[in-house]
Design a binder for this molecule. Structure first.
Ligand SMILES: [Zn+2]
Length: 424
């Protein structure tokens, strides 16, 4: 089962998405034309009175690497996608730029006074790698709102709220700071210690908060001194120190000591970003929120597999859902390319230069095109991303490899470069 097809009428008013079979009928009868391929959208050749379309809900599950997206018509999931972010890629390239500039400053230059504390960040600032997640989600929600009558957004807001704890490991937040903070610390620990007893790996039993360095010996309530254990291990450990308790199991001792030092990086990122995503979405449409626990409960209750788009569909307070699609659109953030005008070899010497002009014969590098070659050595049909050259001889990256030297005259545009790669 495939995603439903978006339809807009002649006046570009969004209509309710239709099943693929109906879309095929509309196309063969000539009543509609293809507006864009990704996401697949039709435009009707006539005006439809659609003053009261059935309102749809878009649901999101923002994650650190993937964001699940699902569009629901009441309890039917009619369209789904998985958006793959490129936060790590952005971080890596900023770091590489930083190290290049750093080394340049220190190479054969006069002394310069250190300048370090001379920049201010606006409130709510997020690093570029995280901001990108917010922005791409915003882009996609706005885009989908153009093609379907979405009236509400639902998103998974929190697993646990580090905002309430600030930076738990760095600031030394303590466990007993009011009920809510305590609850958040508990969720944080559950996530950090993977919902297992730290001493015997038992799962699915009630876990207690355990002081690694015992309270009676002056151990603090700080998050960095806490772990989780089952009741048996907790009693057994009692007031012993961890070195004493795990004398016979040095490998586990080593492991726990290592894990204590690692703050929960991934989840902290997600939470900082999620709040920003929520604020952004709220400014677009009415937004409701759910929690991670609720999502998981819904998913297991309905007996569904774990995947990002199904998680998204399970967000919030739901009775039941029906999957009318099994094939989410996979969207991968690729970025718009580079601004670098001069390529270097691996030693940093300039070797090649790029032209400022990007558009050649109506095509840009990165467009998806179809080439039907009717003459010459390369007769055939090729579909893929194009690499454009000034001379008009293009390369096409197809699924079976790269074809070089195709003339622009054979090319038909399919989808313009928009910073995303698509697949199913
Ligand atoms: Zn245990």
């Amino acid at each position: 089962m495939q995603n439903y097809v978006f339809v807009i009428d002649k006046n570009k008013q969004p209509l309710n998405p239709i099943p693929p079979a109906r879309a095929r009928v509309l196309l063969t009868k000539g009543k509609a034309a293809v507006l864009r391929i990704y996401p697949f959208t039709l435009i009707l050749k006539h005006v439809v009175d659609n003053s009261a379309p059935r309102p749809l809900v878009i649901k999101l599950d923002p994650g650190s690497r993937f964001t699940g997206i699902a569009i629901l018509d009441q309890d039917k999931v009619i369209w789904a996608a998985e958006l793959e972010h490129r936060g790590w890629q952005i971080k890596d390239s900023l770091e590489s730029r930083r190290s290049l500039r750093c080394s340049r400053r220190n190479r054969k230059t006069r002394y310069r006074q250190p300048r370090f504390d001379n920049r201010k960040r606006p409130q709510g600032w997020l690093p570029p790698s995280l901001m990108h997640r917010v922005l791409t989600i915003e882009t996609w929600v706005k885009r989908l709102c153009l093609y379907s009558p979405i009236s509400q957004i639902a998103m998974e807001l929190v697993k646990f709220d580090t905002q309430k704890m600030q930076n738990p490991e760095v600031d030394g937040v303590e466990y007993q700071q009011g009920e809510l903070a305590g609850y958040e610390v508990r969720e944080y620990l559950l996530e950090k210690w993977r919902r297992k007893c730290a001493y015997c790996d038992k799962e699915g039993v009630p876990l207690q908060i355990e002081h690694i360095h015992p309270r009676s010996k002056g151990g603090s309530n700080r998050v960095s001194n806490l772990t989780l254990s089952c009741e048996r291990c907790n009693t057994k450990k009692g007031a012993k120190s961890i070195d004493e308790f795990l004398k016979k199991d040095p490998s586990r001792l080593e492991k726990i000591k290592r894990q204590v030092k690692q703050p929960l990086k991934d989840a902290a990122i997600v939470n900082a970003t999620r709040l920003c995503v929520f604020r952004t979405l709220k400014s677009i449409l009415l937004t409701t929120t759910g929690t991670g626990g609720q999502t998981k409960y819904n998913r297991t209750r309905l007996g569904l597999n774990k995947s990002h788009w199904i998680d998204a569909a399970c967000v919030g307070d739901i009775e039941t859902i029906q999957l009318l699609t099994q094939q989410p659109l996979r969207i991968k953030c690729t970025g718009w390319g580079t601004r670098q005008m001069c390529g270097t070899d691996r030693y940093g010497f300039a070797t090649r230069h790029r032209e400022r002009k990007q558009l050649h014969f109506g095509f840009k590098t990165g467009d998806i095109i179809k080439a039907v070659v009717t003459s010459g050595k390369k007769v055939g049909e090729y579909v893929g991303r194009v690499l454009c050259r000034k001379a008009g001889s293009f390369d096409i990256t197809t699924s079976s490899g790269r074809v070089a030297g195709i003339s622009y005259r054979f090319c038909i545009p399919i989808h313009k470069k928009d910073g995303y790669a698509y697949g199913f």
